[in-house]
Each structure stands twice: as C-alpha cells, then as structure tokens.
Design a protein around this ligand. Structure first.
Ligand code: NI
Ligand code: MN
Length: 226
C-alpha cells in the first residue's frame, strides 16, 4: 500500500480497495502539501477533535461522499452536519470493506472551538488500521503512555508518532514510545508546522537508530510503499 504524508498529522493511505485520509488539516496549514479541494478519498479517519486534525473533515467528506470514522462524539458532530459517519470508541474494532479499524487510547484532550466555548469531543484516540496484511498505528496526539505496550501486540508494520513536544510527546518520550511499540518502521509527525513544535526529525531518526529503531521522516508530499 502507498502511504502519503500531507503535513502535520495528515496522511493518505491507499490500500488495494480504498483511499483512507487521516486527520485532514490542509487549509491553514503552512506546510500542507496540497489543497483540501484536491483530496480524493473514500474514508476519513479522525483521532480527536482539535482543528489541526479535523479542519477540512466536513468539506472533504461531503465533496468525496466519504464516511468519517472517529470516536462517537466526533462522528455524531459531523453526522449532524450532513456527513456520512461511523462512531466508535477506544478498545472497539470494526471490520470495514477495506479492513479492520480499532481505536486506541491516547493521552490528550479532544475539543472543537465552537464560538467562545470549546465543544467537548469525546476521548482522544489513536487508530490501528489492518488492511492488505499490514498493521498501521497512527498515534494521534498523545503523551507517552505505558499501554503502548498493548498496542505492540500483534506487531506493527508502521507507527506514526508525534515528536513536536509542547502539545504531544517530544523526541525524548517518542524514543521510549518506539521501545514500547517496536514497529518495523516509524514516521514522525506533528512537528515544524509552527515554531513551538519545531524539531529536528533527522536527529530523531539518528537517535532512534542507536536504539535499534528505523525512522523515516517524510517531507510534506512525501510517500512510502509499505
Ligand atoms: Ni490535539
Ligand atoms: Mn494536534
């Protein structure tokens, strides 16, 4: 399958049967690799409510007639605005036509700014996708947490993990996350979009290699075959 990074935490995963967009944030993202209007996808998977993960979800969902897969609150929120949606919650898995999706725990908050008051948007999640005999973990925004050891069960072909610090794990904790997750390959995300989360991804990859982990930083627009 082909995995393309669109910047921040946004990916397109092209399986043999479907195109899965994760955490669409292109409009307003200074490093975005393409415009929201250019995205073609069949499903949109969302880790949590924050605008840097949901910003383009509704428009892209409607333009592509794509179903939004997310926690129950986010699914209901976008469903009420006319998107197709499928609500889940951490620990739960569901077999979609393209493969199996399981939501995991993430140590983070989840809200959408609606006027003055942030709207509560359920539990922040990570996402495990099993398709085409591959197992992929998108950690979403998260702190380091010990239960990552549970996510490693069954093996991971790819782990997508934040390294930006300030809002999520920084590089130090992300190295420990790799020790827990033991993925065959990891791609760092959620860094360099803005100054407060500036990080040296090449240095992170070198430090990870010293601990036996393969990390492949992708530039926005970059892709890999899994
Ligand atoms: Ni967030
Ligand atoms: Mn974020």
């Amino acid at each position: 399958m082909k995995i393309t990074y669109y910047g921040h935490s946004c990916f397109l995963i092209e399986t043999s049967t479907a195109r899965l967009l994760i955490d669409p944030f292109l409009t307003g993202n200074p490093l975005a690799a393409l415009k929201a209007s250019e995205v073609r996808c069949d499903y949109i998977l969302i880790t949590h409510g924050h605008e840097d993960h949901t910003g383009d979800a509704l428009a892209v969902a409607k333009a592509n007639n794509a179903a939004i897969i997310a926690n129950y609150e986010i699914a209901e929120y976008f469903g009420a605005q006319g998107a197709k949606s499928h609500g889940m919650n951490p620990g739960g898995a569901f077999r979609f036509p393209f493969g199996r999706v399981k939501l995991t725990y993430a140590q983070h908050s989840s809200s959408i700014n609606a006027g003055l008051n942030p709207l509560y948007m359920g539990t922040a999640c990570g996402i495990i996708i099993e398709a085409d005999n591959r197992r992929i973990y998108h950690a979403g925004d998260t702190a380091l947490f010990l239960d990552m050891q549970l996510i490693a069960r069954g093996g991971l072909d790819l782990a997508i993990i934040p390294i930006g610090d300030n809002f999520t794990m920084g590089p130090e904790d992300a190295l420990d996350a790799l020790d827990f997750l033991k993925p065959r390959l990891a791609v760092p995300v959620h860094y360099n979009t803005w100054e407060p989360i500036a990080q040296d991804a090449a240095a992170f990859a070198r430090d990870a290699a010293m601990r036996g982990h393969k990390v492949n930083p992708l530039p926005p627009g970059g892709s890999l075959e899994l």
